[in-house]
Design a protein around this ligand. Structure first.
Ligand code: NAD
Ligand code: MG
Length: 401
């Protein structure tokens, strides 16, 4: 099944309960920023973080959730001490994270990065929550599976990724056959104008310095390799009722046109706005209504020029690799995601170079040939195998450097 929004959503005037998974990250902080500005519309049910316990304590003091969960058990003592006397329950570890997702919040922001977010997102979907999906890796590694679970539970999956949120806003779900194509825009990242020779030497600090968006380290590196757009291609395929050939990618360095939907009559609808994740997050949080955000307003006369260019798959092979993985089907998208997570982590650690990321991902895909996962256990098995293989390729590359 593909996305099919049909729920009435929050009644006007009713307080919506919200759980933020990954509240200490970039998406999580933006979500809480919006909730803090509309305290009469939202109640926070649970907050979860992983490493940054001080920020989680600060957030829990400000938003007074039922529970605050820290993934890393070594940080639990500090969390408990920091929230003593506040009435906020505290917990830590994987099971506690899943319990937080299971609490009866009407809306769950899936803001954890990577496959670590899959299970908690599934728990929220299975109980029929409205899920704001920022965590694209969930759909890449378990797209068919997750969408079936969403349908089965009658949950609602709302894309928070800015491109998919734009498409969601422009897509006519009542006449899906009239949609001819989706056009995903890509900023091109910090290395858009760099040569391959220059890219070979790029450091983690240069890769995470995105020109338009302030995001977590993993997605920032994904933007630099343009694997982010590759993951988003797969994300769009699972979310919307279109085929792979109907999804195009165009580079648009200003990140103002967030994506477009083309119809059979030649009309093309787009959603625009300055690059600020609070707009797509607000769209999901308030859905099917809207809420005020402090985002800067679009001033086209001041911007003057919006430019577009075709993507370059020679300098950014991740685009070609991701499309090939989507076409290949089976376990390929799961493998792609796992290998990319490992490669990005080792690039950030300094073990491999920037261009090695795509080499590792392609190398792992070339050596893998498994059927599509149909159960969550299959997803983890494919993921673990691909990670092991990716680890070996990383070792080979780093020993040669
Ligand atoms: P981030 O690194 O800033 O935050 C990640 C969050 O996940 C943190 O709260 C962290 O504590 C938590 N986390 C990490 N590993 C965990 C684990 N093993 N167990 C439990 N929690 C864990 O990342 P981000 O930029 O906020 O991105 C989050 C997700 O949203 C990613 O999937 C990303 O692709 C997607 N996304 C982000 C943006 C953006 O503007 N930041 C835009 C579109 C999509
Ligand atoms: Mg995006």
């Amino acid at each position: 099944m593909k996305i099919q929004p049909d729920r009435g959503g929050a009644d006007a005037g009713k307080v919506r309960s919200v759980t933020v998974l990954g509240s200490t990250g970039s998406i999580g902080c933006n979500t809480l920023d919006l909730i803090g500005r509309s305290p009469d519309r939202f109640h926070v049910e649970a907050l979860t973080g992983n490493g940054n316990v001080e920020l989680l304590i600060e957030q829990a003091k400000a938003f007074r959730p039922g529970v605050a969960v820290i993934g890393d058990p070594t940080k639990y003592a500090r969390l408990k001490e920091g929230l003593a006397g506040t009435g906020v329950e505290t917990a830590s570890g994987r099971a506690a994270l899943l319990e937080a997702a299971a609490r009866p919040a009407e809306f769950v922001m899936a803001g954890i990065v990577g496959i670590a977010g899959l299970e908690p997102t599934l728990v929220a979907a299975r109980r029929g929550a409205i899920v704001g999906l920022a965590n694209k890796e969930c759909l890449v590694c378990a797209g068919d599976f997750l969408m079936k679970e969403v349908e089965h539970a009658g949950a609602e999956l709302l894309p928070v990724d800015s491109e998919h949120n734009a498409i969601f806003q422009c897509f006519d779900f009542h006449a899906e056959k009239t949609v001819e194509r989706l056009i995903l825009t890509a900023s091109g990242g910090p290395f858009r104008e760099r040569s391959l020779g220059e890219m070979e030497k790029m450091t983690p600090a240069q890769a995470v310095a995105h020109p338009n968006w302030d995001m977590g380290a993993k997605i920032s590196v994904d933007s630099a390799t343009m694997m982010n757009k590759g993951l988003e291609l797969i994300e769009a395929y699972y979310l919307f009722p279109v085929e792979e050939e109907q999804i195009e990618i165009i580079v648009h360095p200003q990140s103002v046109v967030h994506s477009l939907v083309g119809y059979v009559d030649g009309s093309v609808l787009a959603q625009l706005g300055p690059p600020d994740m609070r707009t797509p997050i607000a769209y999901a949080l308030a859905w099917p209504s809207r809420m005020v955000t402090p985002s800067q307003r679009l001033d086209l006369a001041q911007i003057r020029n919006l430019t577009f260019e075709a993507p370059d798959t020679t300098r950014f092979p991740a685009l070609r690799i991701a499309r090939a993985a989507l076409r290949a089907g089976g376990a390929a998208p799961t493998v792609l995601n796992a290998a990319n997570e490992v490669a990005v982590r080792h690039f950030l650690d300094g073990a491999i170079g920037f261009l090695d990321i795509a080499r590792v991902v392609e190398g792992v895909l070339d050596r893998s040939n498994q059927p599509a996962p149909s159960r969550i256990e299959d997803v983890s098995e494919i993921d673990v195998t691909a990670r092991r293989l990716a680890g070996r390729l990383v070792d080979e590359i780093s020993s040669r450097r």
